[in-house]
Design a protein around this ligand. Structure first.
Ligand SMILES: Nc1ncnc2c1ncn2[C@@H]1O[C@H](COP(=O)(O)OP(=O)(O)O)[C@@H](O)[C@H]1O
Ligand SMILES: [Mg+2]
Length: 418
């Protein structure tokens, strides 16, 4: 996605303000050395945050290294693994660069496959920025009537975990202070649909001022942000009312008695997710980009995917209930699925007649989702009890057969000729 330079510059100052606030709000001094690092962090993310991984590497090498920015010390081995400044943040404890580490995932008591979200390095980075911006003041300048820019927009291809990242972050919200509302945009979303959704989440404070329930803040997640229809004059009117709400903190009353009077709404933070505006997909207007910190979410690496599904299968096939044979199959099956997936996405390209040849992490979720259903069925007994079956008596073979079946249903059934 293209973003105007003035927007990137505003966002850089914005992110830097949020980074500094962590120190200044608790009365700590920020020395030059620390400031340089924070500056470098904000600069990199605001200028190159919308780049893909390989472009970020180029940016690190050819821009930041050349101008001698205060970069982290990246060892030869790590540089070989293509680490860049985008893999680091400034740790307030040491006041030095530190690698991002995904938080340890704690399996919920009731495992519902579709709701399991495992933190990855990409999700950790995006969440870090979302949370940093959340700490900004709602009013940037009282005098100039400028709103604080607390909002983040995640941009990425289909199945790059944009929705998952925001939902994961919503589970970490402090429920005493924040409510969460998800609004899915589509081609048919109209301005009044959007206004009604927001109206249903706020209550009257006094005459014209409204705020979220119980004096909390409200985090609004606008999924598929770029989808609303572009009308014949080239405007997305649904996004214009969204912009108005963010920029002027309010709408106009729609109720009969007060129709047309301004109504002010405070206490909102917006998170949005949209697809790359390529291949005929809509972009969003610059006037709304101005209000969001835009960030590219790269497709998950094979390592990240292995981490996600290895961990989920580990939980779904607990040691207490399955024999060692079966548990030993987890790793090879995850690796095999990833190879199959990467092979399919490299060799089976979408064409006009095969436009559905799209292989994303969603396909993997289908394979493992199917396996999860069997693994969890009847108090975790189906796989282990296959000894009583007529044909496959070995639980390990049964699991491999199950995997093969799920892969065929997910991958092979998509193919349309030999
Ligand atoms: N961190 C994760 N942990 C578990 N599953 C994930 C994770 N990230 C993505 N997925 C799986 O990938 C699928 C696609 O992710 P999604 O967030 O819907 O992508 P997007 O919104 O970018 O199109 C989800 O349905 C989910 O099953
Ligand atoms: Mg999505």
């Amino acid at each position: 996605m293209e973003s105007p330079e003035v927007v990137k510059t505003t966002m850089m100052i914005n992110l830097l303000t949020a980074c500094l606030k962590e120190y200044t709000s608790s009365g700590q001094q920020v020395d030059f050395e620390l400031f340089e690092k924070l500056w470098c962090f904000s600069f990199a993310w605001s200028i190159a945050g919308l780049f893909e991984s390989n472009e970020r590497q180029k940016f690190h090498k050819e821009v930041l290294e050349r101008v001698g920015a205060a970069l982290p010390n990246i060892s030869a081995q790590r540089a070989f693994d293509k680490e860049t400044v985008f893999d680091y943040f400034v740790d307030p404890k040491t006041r030095n660069w530190a690698n991002w580490k995904p938080v340890e995932w704690e399996p919920p008591k009731r495992m519902v496959f579709s709701q399991l979200l495992i933190p990855t390095s990409d999700s950790t980075r995006a969440e870090y920025i979302i949370e940093k911006l959340r700490t900004l003041d709602e009013q940037r300048s009282e005098r100039r009537k400028e709103v604080g820019l607390l909002n983040t927009l995640l941009v990425g291809g289909a199945g790059t975990a944009k929705t998952s990242i925001v939902l994961m972050n919503s589970t970490r919200l402090d429920t005493e202070r924040y409510n969460f509302k998800r609004i899915n945009f589509s081609f048919y979303t109209l301005p009044h649909n959007f206004q009604e959704s927001i109206d249903s989440e706020v209550e009257k404070k006094n005459a014209k001022n409204y705020c979220p329930f119980q004096g909390k803040k409200l985090v609004v997640f606008l999924d598929d942000f770029s989808m609303p229809q572009i009308n014949e004059w080239g405007d997305q009117i649904t996004l214009e009312i969204t912009r108005q709400l963010i920029d002027f903190r309010g709408f106009y009353f729609l109720d009969k008695e007060e129709r047309g009077n301004p109504k002010s709404i405070a206490g909102l933070q917006f998170l949005a997710a949209m697809n790359h505006p390529t291949n005929g997909r809509n972009d969003v207007p610059n006037r709304i980009k101005r209000l969001f910190f835009s960030l590219n979410v790269p497709p998950p690496s094979d390592k990240a995917v292995e981490g996600i599904y290895g961990r989920i299968l580990q939980e779904l096939l607990p040691k207490k209930k399955y024999s060692e044979d079966v548990i030993g199959m987890v790793q090879p099956l995850v690796e095999a699925t990833i190879q199959l997936w990467m092979g399919a996405s490299a060799k089976l390209m979408p064409t006009p007649t095969k436009f559905h040849y799209v292989f994303t992490i969603r396909e993997l979720a289908r394979v493992f989702g199917g396996m999860a259903r069997v693994a969890q069925a009847s108090q975790y007994k189906v796989i282990q009890d296959c000894k009583n079956l007529k044909d496959v008596k070995d639980p390990k073979l049964f699991l491999i057969g199950l995997w093969r079946h799920e892969c065929q249903r997910t991958f092979v059934d998509k193919l349309i000729n030999n």
